[in-house]
Design a protein around this ligand. Structure first.
Ligand SMILES: Cc1ncc(COP(=O)(O)O)c(C=O)c1O
Length: 385
């Protein structure tokens, strides 16, 4: 049996999405900037996805900018605002638990002379709304807070933050990274009072290397790249039409019966979580009880997460130690560190992430192999001592 439980890292492209992409790459291959009929047809594919994303989030189609993924959309939002508005202020704010594409964009801006506040979180990975407000300065240009944390699934109170932030500083822009929530939870830029929202296709069974940024009308950005006037000049370069069309189809499929799919996913997570707590001693659930339904982060005391990942892979089960972006680095997860976990606890941690296409039988199989692997690894460690 093969069980894929690493959907927060990436998801398989659905056959229907791949079919749409294949048709465009082979037959509808026009350049959307060309004036002739094939160009016009290609442009229609872009417009269609723009409409789908805009409708899903109750914003205007012209407020969607296509990018090469969540990383680029985050960089465009953060560096775009800071560089464009630098004459108005020097201060920026985010949290300590953001995705590296947010954290390192802010670090790069520190090198350009901006002052950045990195807000702490509690043991559940939650940022305190009062803390956001207390740290606002008259010259704060931008605040970035993720909607759902990719390592532990914490849902940040983005609507409350947006309200409190705008009440104190109407001119400060608010950016939300919704890569882990779009297609799963409601993404509502207007209700959140968010000016910028990041999306990525490959977390919702769409292609890798494709994403989008919602940029509210009137918000000014400095582009990262210079070239043609595609995407209102904010993201020059010939659009990846096939991937964008695939993103649109994947979004439609994700949004269809979204709530019932989320109920199913929550059921699978509960099955695994309760099974782990019942059958395996000395475990700690790091995901908060009210977290997103698709992410479960667990510490197995005394077991090296990396070794456990390989032991499970031998049994055809694919999970991750933290976030995929960190898995090739030795440093402990910055998210769990910010959540006040000890380095030895972080080393012993796995992330399971689900999709609606997982089954109960897969979860039962995972539980059985997991219990066996943890028992064996703990026994081997005891023997070595
Ligand atoms: C919260 C979050 N933001 C941004 C990204 C980056 O998206 P992409 O892989 O499309 O560059 C990821 C991907 O793991 C993510 O989980």
């Amino acid at each position: 049996m093969q069980v894929y439980l690493d959907h927060s890292a990436t998801t398989p492209v659905l056959p229907e999405v791949a079919q749409v992409m294949q048709e465009i790459m082979v037959h509808e291959f026009g350049n959307p900037s060309s004036l002739h009929a094939m160009g016009v047809r290609a442009e229609r594919h872009l417009d269609k996805t723009r409409q789908i994303l805009a409708q899903a989030c109750a914003v205007r189609a012209e407020e969607i900018i296509f990018t090469s993924g969540g990383t680029e959309a985050n960089n465009l939002a953060i560096k775009g605002v800071a560089r464009r508005l630098k004459r108005r202020g020097n201060h920026l704010m985010t949290t300590q638990v953001e995705h590296p594409s947010v954290l390192y964009a802010y670090k790069a801006l520190e090198e350009e002379g901006f002052a950045v506040t990195y807000l702490p979180v509690d043991r559940n990975g939650q940022v305190d709304v009062a803390d956001v407000v207390a740290n606002l300065r008259p010259d704060t240009l931008l605040v970035s807070i993720m909607h759902v944390n990719n390592e532990v699934g914490t849902i940040m109170p983005v609507a409350e933050i947006g309200r409190a932030l705008k009440a104190k500083n109407a001119h400060t822009l608010f950016h939300v990274d919704a890569v882990q929530s779009f297609g799963k939870l409601a993404v509502e830029p207007q209700r959140w009072q968010a000016d910028l929202v990041t999306f990525s296709a490959h977390k919702i069974h769409g292609p890798k290397g494709c994403g989008a940024l919602y940029c509210r009308k009137g918000v000014l950005l400095a582009p990262l790249l210079h070239g043609g006037d595609q995407e209102r000049g904010l993201r020059p370069g010939t659009e990846n039409v096939a991937a964008i069309a695939g993103f649109g189809r994947a979004a439609l499929l994700a949004l269809a019966e979204r709530e019932s799919k989320m109920e199913k996913i929550a059921g699978l997570k509960k099955l695994l979580c309760e099974g782990i707590c019942r059958q395996i001693p000395e475990v700690t659930i790091n995901s908060p009880p009210n977290g997103a339904p698709h992410i479960l982060n667990v510490t197995f005391a005394g077991v090296k997460g990396e070794v456990l990942v390989h032991a499970l892979a031998e049994a055809g089960i694919y999970v991750s130690t933290g976030s995929a972006c960190h898995s090739h680095r030795a440093d402990p997860s910055h998210v769990l560190l910010a959540m006040q976990r000890k380095p030895e606890e972080i080393e012993a941690t796995l992330r399971f992430s689900f999709s609606a296409y997982n089954t109960e039988a897969e979860i039962e199989y995972t539980l059985e192999k997991l219990r066996h692997a943890v028992e064996t690894l703990r026994m081997l460690t005891r023997r070595k001592k």
